[in-house]
Design a binder for this molecule. Structure first.
Ligand SMILES: Nc1nc2c(c(=O)[nH]1)N[C@H]1C(S)=C(S)[C@@H](COP(=O)(O)OP(=O)(O)OC[C@H]3O[C@@H](n4cnc5c(N)ncnc54)[C@H](O)[C@@H]3O)O[C@H]1N2
Ligand code: MOO
Length: 420
């Protein structure tokens, strides 16, 4: 927090009231609703989809009492509390091939993990605790009656509501549904999201750059974020900067999508056709948010579709998508937005910041030697500098009023990714 950290914020406009990130997120969430429509899908096609109705169990899981260990099924009452117990081996129970008889007093049955617990037995002694000599089984002292048995319905009871409507079907949920023997799930229809880029400086990949031109990279990061979110991606390409082309693109997008996303053209620059067309065709608000990157944002409606006009700078696109668009799209998909948890980490390097806007700096967090979390910035923090984003695994979130952080101070971090 030295004076040298207080570089002036080039985007600071103190005369204007900026919306807080929290207020903007809440307003956007309040404005959207889940889309209607569902379909039945085989489980293998349902990854990432949202359950349209609660899922009830048709069977108990486990369906029968079974062994948690490879060992010997016995009657607990036979186990001598202080000495060795000697029993007679009378058969075997394999997973999928139950023992047909009954375990009587003084008897034991060889049993494998997952095999049905034979009638009469209520306990499994793991084989490491047992000596076998022909058909004699000797069990050491200290084995507990009732041990190593998995009970019917211990995980799921028939009739129970196992998953709520709105649950995202990820690997654990698909595993649970499969354990119930259900081959299909009723899920919400896929959300349709159209997006395109505008700007005469933008060139598609693989073409040579003319003077003042840049490659259209935002459409690729947007495509990737939308694909990971699990929506139907409608990529309308780069739209030329003419009134007719922009109008046609918006009409096309609104006709086929639930949400339309653009990047660029939402700040105070010379009026381009995006702003003009939006105002003519829909209801759109241009907001200024107290965050960096990502101050300007256009939010509204275009025909039946929701509109998200993200700022053009490449890091701003990603930061505003993660903070605003993703939660809104998740709500439209019928699920509850689940932002990554906010963690505390010690910064390994000083972090520059001017007071004014909440900042989402890009960082790399990892476990420190003392077991805590440590984070360091990944490079230049300008909203046009994508390499610092590409080397990061988290945002370092610095409060609006902060004027920088010294190495060793604790900061808030938000990881980019969870487990698949
Ligand atoms: N006088 C002011 N100027 C700016 C302000 C301000 O408050 N007053 N805000 C700045 C901030 S913050 C941002 S963010 C940008 C946002 O501007 P726009 O959303 O209008 O975006 P553009 O001007 O169209 O583009 C900004 C920047 O991003 C590049 N860009 C645009 N599209 C793409 C794309 N598809 N792929 C890669 N890069 C793209 C574009 O070339 C510009 O460099 O405004 C500041 N200015
Ligand atoms: O806020 Mo802008 O999005 O810094 O570049």
């Amino acid at each position: 927090m030295t004076a040298s950290n207080q570089d002036p914020d080039p985007c600071a406009t103190p005369e204007q009231k900026l919306l807080s990130v929290e207020e903007a997120r809440q307003r956007i969430l309040d404005a959207v609703a889940p889309v209607t429509g569902d379909e039945v899908l085989p489980l293998r096609s349902a990854l990432g989809r949202v359950l349209a109705e609660p899922l009830h169990a048709g069977i108990d899981v486990p369906g029968f009492a079974n062994s948690a260990m490879d060992g010997y099924a016995v009657r607990g009452a036979d186990l001598a509390p202080d000495g060795t117990t000697e029993l007679q081996l009378t058969g075997q129970a394999m997973a999928g091939a139950p023992f047909a008889g009954q375990v009587e007093a003084g008897q034991a049955v060889r049993i494998m993990t997952g095999a049905v617990l034979p009638e009469g037995a209520d306990t499994v002694v793991m084989q490491e605790r047992v000596e076998v000599d022909g058909d004699r089984v000797r069990i050491g002292a200290g084995q507990k009656a009732g041990a190593n048995v998995r009970h019917p319905g211990e995980d799921i009871r028939a009739g129970e509501r196992v998953l709520e409507a709105g649950t995202r079907l990820l690997p654990p949920q698909l595993g649970v549904i499969a354990s119930l023997g259900q081959a299909e799930a009723r899920v919400r229809r896929r959300l349709r999201v159209a997006f395109f880029s505008t700007g005469d400086e933008l060139v598609g990949l693989g073409r040579p750059l003319g003077p003042g031109q840049i490659y259209d990279s935002n459409r690729y990061s947007l495509h990737a974020m939308l694909t990971r979110l699990g929506v139907e991606v409608i990529d309308l390409g780069v739209i030329p900067d003419t009134r007719e082309a922009v109008r046609a693109a918006f009409t096309d997008a609104a006709a086929q999508a639930d949400a339309v996303i653009t990047s660029g053209g939402v700040s105070v620059g010379e009026a381009d056709y995006v702003k003009e067309t939006l105002e003519a065709m829909g209801e759109v608000d241009f907001w200024r948010i107290a965050m960096k990157p990502g101050k300007p944002l256009a939010i509204g409606r275009l025909g039946g579709a929701r509109f998200f006009g993200l700022p053009g700078n490449p890091v701003s696109v990603m930061a505003t998508f993660y903070q605003f668009t993703q939660p809104a799209l998740e709500k439209m998909m019928g699920t509850t937005p689940s932002p990554p948890p906010l963690l505390q980490a010690r910064t390994a390097a000083p972090l520059k910041k001017s007071p004014g806007r909440l900042e989402f700096q890009r960082g790399w967090m990892e476990s420190a030697e003392d077991g805590g979390l440590q984070v360091r910035p990944t490079g230049g923090q300008g909203s046009h500098l994508m390499t610092s984003m590409s080397r990061a695994n988290c945002f370092i979130i610095l409060p609006a009023e902060s004027n920088g952080v010294e190495a060793g101070e604790t900061v808030q971090v938000q990881p980019f990714a969870g487990l698949v």
